[in-house]
Design a protein around this ligand. Structure first.
Ligand code: RM4
Ligand code: MN
Ligand code: MN
Length: 432
């Protein structure tokens, strides 16, 4: 097997030396500051070390829009190279030990071998993602007019079988969940009968549900529009919740932050799904206009914090069956995908740690005393605290990089991959 460049642990340790003293100083300073409000920084650092988020296999390739894709040199050309890139992100940030595969984009020829390859790099497999939103070359029937809700039962059966195949592959890989996102919908008023389409959806997903092995869950992902531009079958969290309830306890609702209309209060949706015991987890990204798939925390960091505020509140209250799965679902169109993934993973941990800084007792008091300004001030105090020293310390203690971006750039990883991986064909990347 050809040699593949990897960033060595000693290189990371050497680079860390540059900033170690400064981080220690900033950390001590923050520790003293937090101590004044009886917050123990060590607990926060342990929390920061524990948060994990999965990387989707399609996230390490350059994304694109429906206008163009500008491929980057050194892009991974197969699933093994994608895992190498995931391992690189994991090595530097330490919070991304899981990979989420899209089938058939990254369908392994030998699933057991892929699992071993992942394990050798400290990686494991998170939720499987099925794809019934595109036609594949060897596919018998087209998904042009839908998949799990198609008027033709044969198309629905084909889509169901594909989802069951994803479960089968996932079993060998050690995955425990299937995420189902369908592109079914209408481009024109009248194109679909809304109730009939939803009935067909439920009928199809019931069959998939029955194929779930013990300990598995199915995540239903809603989206308000695109690629269908007038309506979608699973358009919002209410529809998703209804379906999850109809299906049973193994079915949960997944929230992709980009799948809502602008200005929708997503943290409220999160709170509701937690309360109803149906929150599957997240596809994290950020957006300005639609499903922009921009980097998490790049546009609305306060929203990300407020989402984590609900998650941390549930964690601290030990809400039963609360076990959300986190994944980054982003399309990196103009950045080096590995850099975007690292920065996004860091932003999630930042929001998580900041949410842990919320003085919940004081917040409850403010709420009970009907003091909105005080309540907001408590949230803002947590949100405006610079927790960077905690994040840096957590990464370093876990064996990662104090400054992941700087270490990545200094290593020359991308340039070396450009030599190792001359491009052969277009890699698939999520664009919707
Ligand atoms: C969809 C949705 C799915 C993702 C595809 C690529 O909009 O976010 O989760 O698998 O894009
Ligand atoms: Mn998604
Ligand atoms: Mn999306």
């Amino acid at each position: 097997m050809a040699m593949h460049f990897e960033i060595e642990d000693v290189f990371v340790a050497e680079q860390n030396l540059k900033a170690k003293a400064e981080v220690a100083e900033d950390y001590d300073h923050l520790a003293n500051k937090l101590q004044r409000s009886n917050v123990d920084i060590e607990n926060l650092t342990i929390k920061a070390q524990a948060l994990t988020v999965a990387i989707p296999s399609w996230g390490v390739g350059t994304g694109g829009t429906r206008f163009a894709r500008f491929p980057m040199a050194g892009e991974p050309r197969d699933v093994y190279e994608k895992l190498q890139d995931c391992a690189t992100v994991f090595k530097l940030v330490r919070s991304t030990p899981a990979v989420s595969l899209h089938i058939p984009w990254d369908k392994p020829e030998d699933s057991a071998a892929l699992r071993r390859f992942a394990r050798e790099r400290g990686l494991h497999f998170d939720a499987m993602n099925s794809n019934t939103f595109q036609d594949q070359p060897d596919q018998e029937l087209s998904y042009k007019f839908g998949s799990l809700t198609h008027p033709d039962a044969a198309v629905r059966r084909q889509a169901v079988e594909h989802n069951i195949e994803c479960i089968e592959i996932g079993k060998v890989l050690g995955s425990k969940a299937l995420t189902v996102w369908i592109a079914d919908g209408g481009n024109f008023p009248g194109q679909l009968h809304p109730r009939r389409a939803l009935e067909r959806y439920l009928e199809s997903v019931h069959v998939i549900y029955k194929a779930l092995p013990d300990g598995w869950r199915v995540f239903l992902e809603h989206k308000l529009y695109e690629p269908a531009f007038y309506s979608t079958v699973i358009n919002d969290w209410g529809t998703s919740y209804y379906c999850a309830r109809e299906l049973g306890p193994k079915a949960l609702c997944l929230v992709d932050l980009g799948h809502h209309a602008p200005n929708v209060n997503i943290e409220m949706i999160v709170a509701r799904l937690i309360q109803f015991g149906k929150l599957a987890g997240f596809h994290f990204n950020d957006s300005k206009y639609g499903d922009d798939d921009l980097d998490a925390g790049s546009i609305k960091p306060f929203q990300l914090f407020l989402v984590f505020n609900e998650l941390v509140d549930a964690e601290l209250c030990s809400v039963p069956f609360f076990d959300p799965a986190y994944m980054l679902d982003q399309s990196h169109n103009v950045t080096d995908p590995l850099e975007s993934l690292m920065m996004s993973a860091v932003e999630l941990t930042r929001a998580y740690v900041q949410a842990h800084l919320v003085d919940r007792q004081a917040l409850t008091e403010a709420q009970e005393k009907c003091d909105p300004l005080r309540a907001l001030a408590i949230l803002k105090q947590a949100f405006t605290t610079d927790v960077s020293p905690i994040l840096a310390m957590a990464r370093e203690r876990s064996g990662g990089a104090i400054d992941p971006l700087a270490v990545y750039r200094a290593s020359g990883y991308r340039q070396k991959k450009a030599q190792e991986r001359p491009s052969v064909h277009q890699v698939s990347a999520g664009i919707v």
